[in-house]
Design a protein around this ligand. Structure first.
Ligand code: NAD
Length: 496
């Protein structure tokens, strides 16, 4: 059995804990690795390593730091196939999709190469007579990241390249379900010349998360995962006086207007609802059919969904792989049962999906519900599987209300050929990331990623300038070099 430990101070370690967690191949249901469930001693090792190197790393010039990051970028490019395979094997998503996700992470590394420009701050000459003032952004210290299973390479890469480029050290606690690529990413960073201890990977479950949240040595927490855990992380981090950004779950609506190009909308919906088996925080899980297009829309989605190939990632023709775990498969099946009980019309039922040779894999087929209402649980809750709900609305105003009244506010999209409607939608939707005639409006690395409402807790989104702000604190300096005449003490507030 393959044993996975931690990556601390530039080397792989088996750690101290005797407890382990099982990692499965979701296509076969087989246990493929034993992962260390780190304990207090392992945690202290990671902290001591990060502490040892922080001062030197924070004082390394931004340009030298960004040169190491440029080298890292090259190494990721060289190893992208291997990293993507690690993602596919433990997560189950298709290899092309895995490669795409690593590329989106790589783009954050590219962004971090330009960090000297972003740390410059502001300068004002003569804020008072012969007095100058300037600001700098300085690193926080030891930053920690806690990440979900669905993007095991990309989501950590939203965090650590920027934190490290800004002069921090970083401890990553990856998802225990697919941890291998994090270790590979850390090894490559060492190969690029990153000093030992700047990037440590500490594996385990919620117990190690609690050690991170309670530690006085950790300055900030970046979290991505489900909303209940995001809330917990936010509250506990704030209680322990840490800076925190905690991104949660989603229920993304795609609104199709009667004047939309319906075939484009259907293609957009199919990819965004069923790609990665719906296990994306930007997946479309609700299609809102406005006016008289609903019947045609449902029929066309059904036709295309029937032709999707559900298969393991090793099959190059696969459109979607399995879910992450047996428990999650059970949960998604329960939601489908519930949708039927709640009175939604099931148009395509993925529960009977069986693959020869992969009977123990966690596969489920594309599922489509029509006539879903906002009172149903399958509408209100995040299912995180290939289950699409079609809600019919009479007009645009009703559709917008649905989008805005939902608890989650991660992403949304509208398909229309009317510029006025699209402008109204972008202005008035209470959602963090909005698309016009695009299904998954995921911002590029030089913009920032984050939702609204219960999809985020904390003030900063991930990467882009928001990332730089999150991982640095502002210092403003006021400076005068007076001649030897001493004007004596002043007792009033200085003014110009
Ligand atoms: P999760 O919340 O179960 O786990 C995320 C991380 O938190 C893991 O590292 C896990 O070990 C840790 N964790 C789990 N339970 C914990 C607890 N009780 N206390 C402390 N730590 C705990 O999420 P997941 O199932 O790995 O990922 C899927 C979820 O992530 C979905 O809800 C999805 O929408 C969300 N997600 C959101 C975004 C976004 O940008 N908003 C991106 C990706 C995924």
């Amino acid at each position: 059995m393959n044993q996975l430990g931690n990556y601390i101070h530039g080397r792989l370690t088996n750690g101290n804990s005797k407890e382990s967690l099982s990692v499965y191949d979701p296509s076969t249901g087989e246990e493929i690795s034993k992962l260390i469930n780190s304990n207090l001693l392992d945690f202290e090792e990671a902290i001591n390593s990060s502490k040892k190197v922080f001062l030197e790393w924070s004082q390394t010039t931004p340009l030298k730091r960004s040169r190491i990051i440029s080298k890292y970028k090259e190494l990721i490019e060289k190893n992208i196939e291997e990293i993507a395979k690690m993602v596919s094997k433990e997560h189950g998503k298709t290899l092309d999709d895995a490669k795409g996700s690593v590329t989106r992470g790589l783009e954050v590394v590219e962004f971090a190469c330009g960090i000297p420009h972003l740390l410059k701050g502001e300068f004002s000459q003569n804020v008072g007579t012969n007095i100058d003032s300037w600001s700098v952004r300085q690193p926080l210290g030891i930053c920690a990241g806690i990440t979900p299973f669905n993007f095991p390479a990309m989501v950590p890469m939203w965090m650590f390249p920027i934190a490290i480029a800004c002069g921090n050290t970083f401890i990553l606690k990856p998802s225990e379900k697919d941890p291998s690529c994090s270790i590979k990413l850390a090894e490559l960073f060492s190969e690029a010349g990153l000093p030992d201890g700047v990037f440590n990977v500490l594996n385990g479950d919620k117990n190690v998360v609690n050690l991170i949240l309670e530690s006085k040595d950790i300055s900030s927490i970046s979290f991505v995962g489900s909303t209940p855990v995001a809330k917990y992380i936010y509250e506990k981090s704030a209680k322990n006086l840490k800076r925190v950004q905690a991104l949660g779950g989603a229920k993304n609506h795609l609104v199709v207007m009667p004047d939309a190009n319906i075939d484009q909308a259907v293609d957009g919906i199919i990819g965004a609802a069923y790609g990665s088996a719906g296990e994306r925080c930007m997946a479309v899980s609700v299609a809102v059919a406005v006016g008289n297009i609903a019947d045609e829309l449902v029929e066309k989605i059904y036709d295309k969904a029937q032709n999707l190939k559900v298969a393991p990632w090793t099959d190059t023709e696969s459109d979607m792989g399995p879910l992450i775990s047996k428990e999650h498969l059970g949960k998604v099946r329960d939601y489908i049962d519930l949708g039927i009980k709640e009175g939604a019309n099931i148009i395509a039922d993925g529960r009977n999906c069986k693959l020869q040779g992969y009977e123990n894999g966690y596969f489920i087929g594309p599922t489509l519900f029509d006539n879903v209402t906002d009172k149903m649980k399958i509408y209100k809750e995040e299912i995180f599987g290939p289950v699409l709900s079609v809600v019919r609305s009479n007009n645009y105003e009703e559709a917008l209300k649905l989008v805005n009244n939902h608890e989650f506010g991660n992403g949304t999209s509208i398909y229309t050929s009317d510029g006025e409607v699209s402008r109204h939608f972008t202005t008035n939707s209470r959602i963090g990331m909005v698309g016009i005639n695009v299904p998954i409006p995921v911002p590029m690395a030089f913009h920032s990623f984050g939702g609204w409402k219960s999809s985020i807790f904390g003030d900063h989104a991930m990467h882009g300038i928001e990332g730089v702000r999150f991982y640095t604190k502002l210092k403003t300096v006021t400076s005068r070099w007076p001649k030897s005449i001493n004007p004596g003490p002043e007792f009033k507030m200085p003014t110009n």
